[in-house]
Design a protein around this ligand. Structure first.
Ligand SMILES: *[C@@H]1O[C@H](CO)[C@@H](O)[C@H](O)[C@H]1NC(C)=O
Ligand SMILES: *[C@@H]1O[C@H](CO)[C@@H](O)[C@H](O)[C@H]1NC(C)=O
Length: 258
């Protein structure tokens, strides 16, 4: 019953989509009304985890980053030579809470746009292949890798320019800088020592005990990936929905009549 209701609501929403307008269910805000914008973003995340194709919102429950090279040829620690990840996918963006925004003013190019948020658990899964030297032994390993970034907090700083199409203003991001922190990075490589489970567990324990050092070493690479993921979330929306259509029209009473 509940599912049928949800489907009906969704059909109504899809039915009400007109061109590139925002669905009616997404509350529009006044320019600069940060509190309203935070609530509106959170309801989009909550009610549309599968995305809204008409406005360019991609699914956020499963974020596929297969096409980016993550940690390719990365030296991790003292003993790894090469580490490749492929078939990568992220889970957990659907549980994002936006906590603060700023800069969504009438003229957003005059200041930096900031988006602050929190994800209770950001899961990154991939298959890995590593080849290298552990002490004097040359070895190859392959298997599944799992990362869990716990209590993941991010700040995105966006620099934007305006583009004009059909007399409407569209945002274009020309720089997105992410800042991230977390309580813990849980990292697990399956099958690292193919014939020795105890050794695999031992090496994973070493990673997890020293996750801060591994994070520090990989942070520039990771931030590049995160910025790509976040960029892909926003870029299509900004391309499809004009900036003016995202907000309530400016009240006429403030305009000078002549
Ligand atoms: C997202 O939140 C739901 C509800 O709390 C939870 O069941 C689910 O496991 C969470 N997803 C991830 C990837 O943590
Ligand atoms: C490990 O893989 C590399 C590249 O695929 C290969 O050249 C090498 O012979 C392999 N070494 C072992 C010990 O399996």
């Amino acid at each position: 019953m509940r599912d049928t209701g949800i489907v009906l609501v969704l059909l109504q929403i899809i039915g009400s989509l007109q061109g590139q307008m925002l669905p009616k269910e997404i509350k529009k805000c006044h320019f600069g009304d940060s509190k309203c914008i935070v609530n509106s973003m959170n309801s989009v995340i909550k009610y549309f985890p599968k995305g809204i194709p008409a406005i360019g919102l991609k699914p956020i429950d499963v974020v596929d980053i297969r096409n980016s090279k993550f940690w390719n040829d990365e030296m991790v620690g003292a003993f790894w030579l090469k580490f490749d990840l492929f078939n990568q996918v992220n889970y957990g963006f659907e549980n994002t809470t936006i906590t603060k925004v700023s800069g969504f003013d009438e003229n957003p190019t005059s200041s930096l746009i900031e988006i602050h948020g929190r994800i209770p658990s950001l899961i990154h899964k991939g298959d890995y292949f590593s080849t290298g030297r552990v002490w004097i032994v040359q070895m190859n390993s392959t298997g599944e890798s799992l990362s869990d970034f716990q209590n993941f907090r991010f700040v995105l700083k966006l620099k934007v320019i305006m583009e004009y199409r059909n007399n409407k203003r569209y945002l274009k991001i020309y720089e997105l800088t992410p800042f991230v922190t977390m309580d813990r990075w849980v990292f697990w490589l399956d099958n690292f020592f193919e014939s020795n489970t105890d050794l695999t567990i031992a090496i994973n324990q070493v990673f997890n005990l020293h996750w801060v050092e591994f994070w520090n070493e990989l942070e520039p690479k990771n931030l590049k990936i995160f910025s790509g993921v976040f960029l892909s979330v926003f870029e299509d929306i900004f391309k499809k929905v004009s900036y003016d259509d995202m907000f309530l029209p400016i009240s006429k009473e403030f305009e000078v009549n002549d």
